[in-house]
Design a protein around this ligand. Sequence first.
Ligand code: A8S
Length: 195
Amino acid sequence: MDGSRGSWREGRLWLGGNMESDYVLRYHRHELQGNQCTSQLVKHIKAPVHLVWSIVRTFDQPQKYKPFVHSCTMRGDIRVGSIRNVNVKTGLPATASEERLEILDDNEHILSVKILGGDHRLKNYSSTVTVHPEMIDGRPGTMVIESYVVDVPDGNTKEETCYFVEALVKCNLKSLADVAEKLASQHHTELLERA
Ligand code: A8S
């Protein structure tokens, strides 16, 4: 299921695994308005959950793992209601995005962000990321689920909108895995050197 999306079968979400569908039903159910689209992506990461969560929860520094983010400014501490201003790299159909932290749950590992504005076409974009422990090859690993809902822009279809957003989210999740797995292996090496 690496990085792939779930699909709806007979109105029920099919993700291929019971744990995944449990989590999706609990945290990733979005209320859909008329002309909106949604989907879920899953990524399995070979790094412990606390490490992955520490990267995901850093709302003021999305550039730590999001490859399209150039810089970010935010005033004050990271808490629900905090607003960040994100500048994206050149070559994308946008330069800036204003985003508010909606949910930050350090116990359940849930982060939810809403896009308030910007010079891009993702209106009413809202995303939820949840982070879950799992064993991968006998070692502590992490399953990350990211879902979103967004308006379908005038002149586009639902399929085009999903395709665009999924491409970006897949890049973000791939990069999150790379960053976390690199940190985990550094940490592992340090422990071995100290032993
Ligand atoms: C995220 C998810 C997305 C970010 C998109 C989909 C964006 O930052 C980029 C291009 C756009 O056209 C829209 O979690 C926007 O970051 C890379 C500027 C919002």
